[in-house]
Write a protein that binds this ligand. Structure first.
Ligand code: CA
Ligand code: CA
Ligand code: CA
Length: 399
C-alpha cells in the first residue's frame, strides 16, 4: 500500500522534544520556512511539522521565575519551589519567555506547529519530586508561575502566529493534582501512609464492592481545602474516590492515576465544568488546537459531549481549523478508532502504527504486520455529521 494514501499517515509529527536549541549562529544562514506556507488559519492539520516541547526543559528566558510563585503569594504558595537543575525530577528553569525568545530558532528548523506539554498551574512538589512536567494541575485558569504568566502565553502565541506557526496545548480532563487522600491509606489527617499488605498502594474498590458497602473515606488534608480552581474542583463529590487504577477493566476509567484525583466524568456537572474550563482557555489564548491527555481513562459519553462542544466553540471564536487529537495509549485500531468515531474526537495519536513499525523494522517481523494494520483502516472511517469533518486523520508519530 502506498503510504501517502494511508488514512492514518496523513499527519507526520516529528518529535524533537527535550532537545536544547542549537547555537543561533549556526542558524544564521537558514531561511525561515513557516512564512512560505499557507496562512495558519487555513492550513490543514495534516500538513504541519510539529515540535513537541516540555517548556521547563527547553530554554530559560527569565531566571526571575525559576522558583515559581512569589514568596509572598499566599494563594499560590504550593506552586513555589522545586528548582534543582541537577535532578531530572525537578524544575530546570525553562519558560515561555525562553520559548518566545527561541521562536526564530524553531522557525528556522522548519517547524510549523508547536505542541506544548501542560502549562496550567501545578502543585510544585509532591512526594519528593516536582510538577515540572505540568500534569499535576491545581488551577485550570492560569499559567504555572515557573513558566510565566497568562500574558506571556498570549504573547508567545501572538509571536508564533506572526511567524505563521500554530500552537497546540496539552489538556487534561481525567484528573487534577493529588489533593484528596483516603483515611484507609493515608491516616486520619491524610498526611501519612498506611502500608497495605499487598504493598504501597490504595487498592481499587470496584463498583460491585461499592454496592456491598466497601468504600474509602476521602478527605482533604487541613489547609488544602481550597487549593483548586475553579472552586467546584474542591468538592470531593466530583471525584470517583475508588483508589488506584490497575489499568484494566473499570479501574482504567474510575481509578486514580497513581494517586491523582480522578474526576467523576460521568456527572453532568463535571462535563459542563470541564467544557467551560476549556472554552475559557480557547477564548483567552486562542490556541490552534488541543492534544488531549489520558483519553482512554475517561468514559466515552464524556467525550461525546466535550469534543463537539469545544470544536463548535472554537469556530465561534473565529478559529475555523481548530483541531483536537487524543492520547489513547493502545496498539489496537479497534480500540483507537472508538475514540475517533463513537467518542467524536477528531483524531488520536496512532500508536498502532508506531507499534507496527517497531515490529516491522526493529523486530524484523516483516511487512505483513503493516499489511494487517492497514487492513483495519476502515475502522476509522466514520463521518462526524455534526462536525462536518471526515474522520480520516490520525496523527502518526515519526520519532
Ligand atoms: Ca525561568
Ligand atoms: Ca489523591
Ligand atoms: Ca478517569
Amino acid at each position: 500500500m502506498n503510504f501517502i494514501s494511508k488514512c492514518s499517515l496523513l499527519a507526520a509529527i516529528s518529535l524533537a522534544c527535550l532537545t536544547s536549541p542549537l547555537s543561533q549562529a549556526s542558524n544564521a544562514k537558514l531561511t525561515a520556512k513557516a512564512a512560505e506556507l499557507a496562512p495558519y488559519q487555513q492550513r490543514a492539520f495534516q500538513d504541519e511539522v510539529f515540535y513537541f516541547v516540555l517548556p521547563d526543559r527547553f530554554y530559560n528566558g527569565d531566571s526571575s521565575n525559576d522558583l515559581g510563585a512569589a514568596a509572598n503569594d499566599k494563594k499560590r504558595a504550593v506552586s513555589r519551589g522545586g528548582l534543582d537543575k541537577t535532578h531530572k525530577g525537578m524544575y530546570h528553569g525553562g519558560d515561555l519567555a525562553g520559548l518566545t525568545e527561541k521562536l526564530p530558532y524553531l522557525d528556522n528548523l522548519g517547524v510549523s506547529a508547536i505542541w506544548l506539554t501542560p502549562v496550567l498551574r501545578n502543585r510544585a512538589m509532591q512526594a519528593g519530586t516536582s510538577g515540572y512536567h505540568g500534569y499535576w494541575i491545581l488551577d485550570f485558569t492560569e499559567i504555572d508561575p515557573h513558566l510565566g504568566s497568562n500574558a506571556e502565553l498570549k504573547n508567545f502565541i501572538d509571536q508564533a502566529h506572526k511567524r505563521n506557526i500554530k500552537v497546540f496545548f496539552d489538556i487534561i480532563t481525567n484528573h487534577t493534582a493529588d489533593v484528596i487522600k483516603y483515611k484507609e491509606c493515608h491516616g486520619e489527617d491524610g498526611l501519612g501512609w498506611i502500608v497495605d499488605v499487598r504493598g504501597n498502594d490504595c487498592p481499587f474498590i470496584s463498583m460491585a464492592q461499592l454496592a456491598e458497602g466497601k468504600h474509602y473515606s476521602p478527605l482533604i488534608p487541613k489547609g488544602d481545602e481550597t487549593l483548586k480552581y475553579p472552586k467546584w474542583l474542591n468538592d470531593m463529590d466530583v471525584y470517583h474516590n475508588q483508589g488506584d487504577s490497575f489499568w484494566r477493566g473499570e479501574s482504567s476509567v474510575r481509578g486514580d492515576f497513581s494517586g491523582l484525583d480522578d474526576l467523576y466524568t460521568q456527572k453532568a456537572s463535571v462535563v459542563n465544568g470541564m467544557v467551560d474550563i476549556y472554552k475559557d482557555i480557547i477564548d483567552e489564548f486562542k490556541p490552534d488546537g488541543f492534544r488531549i491527555d489520558t483519553v482512554k481513562h475517561v468514559n466515552i459519553d464524556f467525550w461525546q459531549q466535550f469534543s463537539p462542544a469545544l470544536m463548535q466553540h472554537a469556530k465561534t471564536q473565529g478559529i475555523d481549523n481548530f483541531f483536537m487529537f487524543g492520547e489513547v495509549y493502545s496498539f489496537e485500531p479497534e480500540l483507537l478508532s472508538r475514540f475517533t468515531t463513537e467518542a467524536k474526537i477528531p483524531s488520536v495519536l496512532d500508536f498502532a502504527f508506531q507499534g507496527a513499525m517497531t515490529k516491522t523494522l526493529v523486530e524484523q517481523q516483516g511487512t505483513d504486520v503493516l499489511a494487517q494494520l492497514f487492513a483495519k483502516d476502515h475502522f476509522y472511517q466514520t463521518e462526524h455529521k455534526d462536525l462536518t469533518l471526515k474522520v480520516c486523520v490520525t496523527p502518526t508519530l515519526i520519532n
